[in-house]
Design a protein around this ligand. Sequence first.
Ligand code: HEC
Length: 424
Amino acid sequence: MDFAWQHLGSRDRFIRWAARTAIEHQPLTTWSTRALSEKNPAIQVEALLGLARAGGISPPHRKPSDSPLDHQLGVEILKAWANLDPKTLDNERRLTWARTVQIVLHRFEITSSAAPSNLVAKLDPLFPSESAELNALLCETLVYLQSPTVASKALALMRSAPTQEEQIEYARSLRALEAGWTPATRNEYFTWFLKAANFRGGASFSKFIEFIRNDALDRLPASERKTFEELLEKKVEVRSAIENFGDVFAGRTPRDWTLDELAPAAERGMNGRNFNQGRKMFGAGACYACHRFGNEGGMTGPDLTGSGGRYSPRDLLDQILNPSKEINEQFVPSVLTKNDGSTVVGSVVNLNGDNVMINSDLSDPNQRITVDRKEVKSIEPSKISPMPPMLLSSMTEAEILDLVAYILSGGNRDHEMFRSSKAP
Ligand code: HEC
């Protein structure tokens, strides 16, 4: 036990996991007091997670033969948990800390009305934080606890989140919220679904958005349903991913930036850049629609997480401003010419059977154009990149340089390019 216990505080997440798993398999009475009274916060946070897992039972897995739940243990874990100061924990352990409270509430079947009132007081001031991962956990928990302030805070995050993943995460949690709505927040929430209907993803993607909306509608009191009738019946205006993300630029006059205009500033030095604005531009420029970056974004274009850093600032700008100058060979589109002379351009996604299936819009991975094989005259590689030019045209020079810094950094907020920059 002593050997495993010290490793609960390991810097290596996998070792922490192994130590915790070993401990969870020991009789609870031999270590529960130790977990509850552990003095080292980095060890205690992992020990409490273990105690929540070993001492409680996930409701769907409960068998009639299981001994009754020791609710007192759940309450004691929450007490020890609330005494931990998240500020003393590093980012990873802060996530463990935030996740542990969810697991306690779930496995000890503590309903929001039975939860100690200090939970909301403890979590609320931390939300929103700098980290999207932590925000996701905090939002989910605060919704479960029916915090009166979570709706407006989560909506503010949805407004500024650059990716559809992040926005969907908050929207998914908010669907279960009953407390603290105002006509304005309700209106903003249901209006968001009109925008989300134009988000693109895998095969069941739009169904999932619909499920979230249906769940939210189920919790909307009948009287309010009447108030929002018009909004709820509004038809979705179909827009491309590029239009959908470009909302931030409404009212700006686009300009045709050239490499020679932008490159000197980029080459003079990428110091004091703004990370958050760079990330925001990656969303607003629709880059996420086709490119994976970190854990977010589409997959129809190359993953830019590491590959973006291969370029000098000038070459990176060149790739973005002039996509067709040098096309990544794995992504060269095909030009299909039909017998009647008309053409379809895109990625061939299926050549089996009697049809050729082409995706001609990479920002919509599910879109398909089907051509009867008998109508196909030729299929040749295209000289034009599927990546649209002019994506930077509505951005200011500062915004473009922040975007370049964001890509070059591989998404690392601590990169020296962002030092001395003030968060907006
Ligand atoms: C409609 C889909 C789409 C959008 C939107 C898009 N790209 Fe691309 N991008 C691609 C594809 C496909 C390629 C590979 C073909 C090529 O090299 O031109 C590519 C290539 C690149 C490359 C070269 C990387 C390599 O490995 O070849 C960079 C850098 C890049 N994109 C940056 C961006 C940035 C920054 C944005 C947003 C401002 C953006 N892209 C928006 C589809 C897209």
